[in-house]
Design a protein around this ligand. Structure first.
Ligand code: G1P
Length: 303
């Protein structure tokens, strides 16, 4: 019987170098997509998927994340007194996420590489499967991406990776799965991941998009990699390497996610995500559509 997934990790210690100078003082996780920071989309997605314990792994300079989610009763009271009920409710609701997702923060420590924050958090989780979501991806989906991953885990009792169909030209930006078998409902049996291959070398037309169900066996692989790192002090600790080591002898699945996906990890993708979110908002969409139609035809340029 697969265990219930209650815990999730959001690695949020990265520098956001691809978005500099935007991310010089502002954590990339705090950049807005629509009317809220990108990490709030991730936290809401996890809570909507039944996750009750979320660990956000941070580093120096990421205090704004904690400030954003921390309840602020004084501000709420001030807004209510001023009759600004809508704003008061909005601030209160964000603070409430902290309780609903039992948000805790952990300082990242250990070797470079995206496996380190996962191992830092997993140490506190015992023998439970956990969800890992990078906070660079925003999904608009009827069933949240995290829930689609949980369902795939429940069906297989094995580690699962979130996948999206990809244009081969984009392969050098992603981990690309080696697909062994195409099952029903977008579930794929995979035998490993090739990290950032050339378009010619890409083993499939899918990208791993920063959502994973990790089982204790994968955490063991991360631990081994980390121990080796401390022996030799070279290289980095990557989740992909741990998944590949695990998949060498045990089953791993990919789940093709149903929904629209917006990457926010590079400038063009981030602008696209912002634009799409604004277009989807009934308050701004019609105006922006008119504006976009008028561009280049003598209508005033936006400032
Ligand atoms: C990481 C993973 C890669 C995945 C990507 C998705 O790469 O290593 O497999 O496709 O996230 O965003 P990064 O973007 O950190 O270089």
């Amino acid at each position: 019987m697969p265990q219930t997934i209650r815990r999730a990790v959001i690695p949020a210690a990265g520098l956001g170098s691809r978005l500099l100078p935007l991310t010089k003082a502002t954590p990339k996780e705090m950049l807005p997509v629509g009317d809220r920071p990108v990490i709030e989309h991730t936290v809401r997605e996890l809570i909507a998927s039944g996750i009750t314990d979320i660990t956000i792994v941070v580093s120096g300079g990421k205090g704004l994340i904690q400030d954003h989610f921390r309840p602020n009763p004084a501000l709420v009271a001030q807004l209510r007194e001023a009759g600004k009920t809508g704003y008061a409710d909005a601030v209160e609701e964000v603070g409430e996420l902290s309780r609903a997702g039992h948000l805790t923060y952990l300082d990242q420590h250990g070797p470079y590489g995206n496996g380190t924050p996962v191992l830092n958090a997993a140490r506190n989780f015992g023998d439970e499967p956990i969800l890992v979501l990078w906070p660079d991806d925003v999904f608009v989906a009827e069933v949240p991406r995290a829930q689609q991953l949980v369902r795939a885990y429940e069906a297989t009792n094995c580690p699962v990776l979130a996948l999206m169909p990809m244009d081969r030209a984009d392969a050098p930006r992603y981990g690309v799965p080696v697909v062994k078998e195409d099952l029903d409902g977008g579930l794929l049996r995979i035998t490993g991941l090739v990290e950032k291959p050339t378009p010619e070398e890409a083993p499939s037309d899918y990208a791993a998009i920063g959502g994973y169900v990790i089982t204790p066996g994968i955490v063991d692989e991360l631990r081994e990699q980390t121990n080796r790192w401390y022996e030799h002090r070279t290289g980095e600790v990557y989740l992909t390497d741990a998944i590949n080591a695990y998949a060498g002898s045990r089953a791993v699945y990919g789940q093709v996610i149903q929904g629209s996906w917006y990457d926010t990890g590079n400038p063009l993708a981030y602008l696209t995500a912002q634009f799409a979110a604004a277009l989807a908002d009934p308050a701004y969409g019609p105006h922006l559509r008119r504006l976009a139609q008028g561009l280049g035809t003598g209508a005033p340029e936006p400032v």
